[in-house]
Structure formats: structure tokens, C-alpha cells
Design a binder for this molecule. Structure first.
Ligand code: HEC
Ligand code: HEC
Length: 193
């Protein structure tokens, strides 16, 4: 009887040990997933948006990346975004209400515009009443606030910079701009002091 008892005792110890190992593995796995998801969210755009407007952000990223890189709403004042979304017919010389088959661009619907407004309004900030509204990103102080180094480095000619800053040239420095990732830079900029 005795050996059998001892055997039982030892086996329950082994089971307990196994349970602890499996348990810690599960916790480690959960942590990895949680951190991974968080990193993904941070890399997408400038600020993490609340879950409520996540869908609207997806619509924005779907509709506004067909002709140029997605512009983070943080870079222009809210009132300028209102102008842009209220005038899809005259969007920098193109009509977003017309389908543009050669580019594979369907016409924008009112529902899409309303959803995008929810997102853009939430992710952007306002200018003071007495400030002149910038038409383009390069004229916005929000753009320059996020680019403390660029003006100086480009003026000194330390790094070759595009002649004109626009949606056409963001990707010369931001290699992952088409994926809405503005953290990743060319090695030249990454290594610049
Ligand atoms: C059919 C093509 C097309 C689509 C779709 C499109 N745009 Fe544009 N967008 C343009 C063109 C062309 C310009 C002018 C680019 C330039 O200045 O070189 C522009 C410029 C802009 C600018 C000014 C960027 C700067 O350099 O200052 C913003 C902001 C902008 N678009 C936002 C949007 C948003 C938001 C959407 C989605 C609702 C969108 N665009 C969809 C063609 C498009
Ligand atoms: C000449 C290179 C260059 C060009 C062109 C450029 N950027 Fe940047 N951008 C940078 C650098 C470098 C930083 C990091 C801040 C700094 O050092 O000035 C940055 C930072 C940013 C950030 C902040 C990223 C974050 O979350 O911390 C955003 C957003 C951004 N850029 C968007 C844009 C957009 C949109 C365009 C095009 C309209 C653009 N940039 C054009 C070099 C550039």
C-alpha cells in the first residue's frame, strides 16, 4: 500500500507543476498578444483613436489612400477638414463625387463623408479664431510642430529634401506613409542628429 500512496502523492505534485507551467505560458502568451495589439494601434497614424471611431477611421483609410498617402487629421485644423469634406466636388482639382475608373476610385457617398467627419473631427484640433486657415499641410503649424528637425536640416542642405512638401513627397522621408505609419523614417533621417 505504501509505495502506491507515495506514487499518487508524487504524481499530483507533477500535475500541479504542469498546471503552473501551462498557466504561466498562457499569461506570457496573453501579454505578448496584448502588447502586440497595442503596438499595432500606436503605429497607425499619430494618436490612437477610441474604438467608437475605429470604423470611421477604416473608411477614411480606404477612401483617402487611392490617390495619395493618407494625411493624419492631426496635421490640419478641424475647420480646414470641414472645408475639405464639405467640398468633395472640388478637391484640389479633382471631383471625388465622380467615379474615377482609371484610378479605381468609386464616388464618395454622403454616408462615407459623415463617418469620416466623425473620425477627422475627433483626431484634429482647432486653430484660434484669428488665425489664417492653412490650405495645405505645409502651411499648417500643426505640421511644423511635428517636424522640429526638418526645416533646419533641409535649410542647411544636410539631407536632400523634396522641393515641395505635399502628399506627393511625404513618402520620400516616411517610407511607410502609404500604410499610415509615420514613425518609420529613411535610415538617413533615423540617423540624423
Ligand atoms: C481621385 C484622387 C483623390 C482622392 C480619392 C483623394 N484625394 Fe486628396 N488630393 C488629391 C490631389 C490631386 C491633391 C493635390 C496634391 C498636390 O498638391 O500635389 C490632393 C490633396 C489633398 C490634401 C492636401 C495635402 C497637402 O499636401 O497639403 C489633403 C488634406 C487631402 N487631399 C485629403 C484627402 C482626403 C481626406 C481624401 C478622402 C476623402 C482624399 N484626399 C482623397 C487627389 C485625391
Ligand atoms: C524631408 C523629410 C520629411 C518630409 C518630406 C515629411 N516628413 Fe514627416 N517627419 C520627418 C521627420 C524627420 C520626423 C520626425 C520629427 C523631426 O525630427 O522633425 C517626421 C515626423 C512626422 C510625424 C510625426 C510622427 C509621430 O507620430 O511621431 C507625422 C505625422 C509626419 N511626419 C507626417 C508627414 C506628412 C503627412 C508628410 C507629407 C505631407 C511629411 N511628414 C513629410 C520627415 C519628413
Amino acid at each position: 500500500m505504501k509505495p502506491l500512496n507515495r506514487y499518487r502523492h508524487r504524481s499530483s505534485g507533477v500535475i500541479l507543476l504542469l498546471l503552473i507551467v501551462v498557466w504561466s505560458l498562457l499569461i506570457a502568451l496573453g501579454l505578448t498578444f496584448a502588447l502586440g495589439a497595442q503596438q499595432g494601434a500606436i503605429a497607425k497614424g499619430v494618436d490612437v483613436v477610441p474604438e467608437r471611431v475605429q470604423n470611421a477611421q477604416d473608411v477614411y483609410l480606404d477612401s483617402c489612400t487611392r490617390c495619395h498617402v493618407p494625411v493624419p487629421p492631426e496635421l490640419l485644423p478641424t475647420r480646414r477638414w470641414a472645408e475639405i469634406l464639405e467640398n468633395p466636388e472640388s478637391h484640389f482639382g479633382v471631383n471625388l463625387r465622380q467615379s474615377n475608373r482609371s484610378l479605381g476610385v468609386p464616388p464618395l457617398s454622403n454616408i462615407e463623408i459623415r463617418l469620416m467627419w466623425d473620425y477627422v473631427q475627433r483626431a484634429s484640433r482647432s486653430y484660434r479664431e484669428d488665425e489664417l486657415l492653412p490650405t495645405q499641410v505645409k502651411d499648417s503649424r500643426f505640421f511644423w510642430a511635428l517636424h522640429p528637425k526638418v526645416k533646419d536640416v533641409c535649410q542647411r542642405g544636410a539631407i536632400d529634401c523634396p522641393n515641395r512638401i505635399s502628399v506627393q513627397t511625404c513618402a520620400t522621408c516616411h517610407t511607410a506613409a502609404p500604410q499610415f505609419d509615420y514613425r518609420q523614417l529613411t535610415p538617413e533621417w533615423d540617423n540624423s542628429p
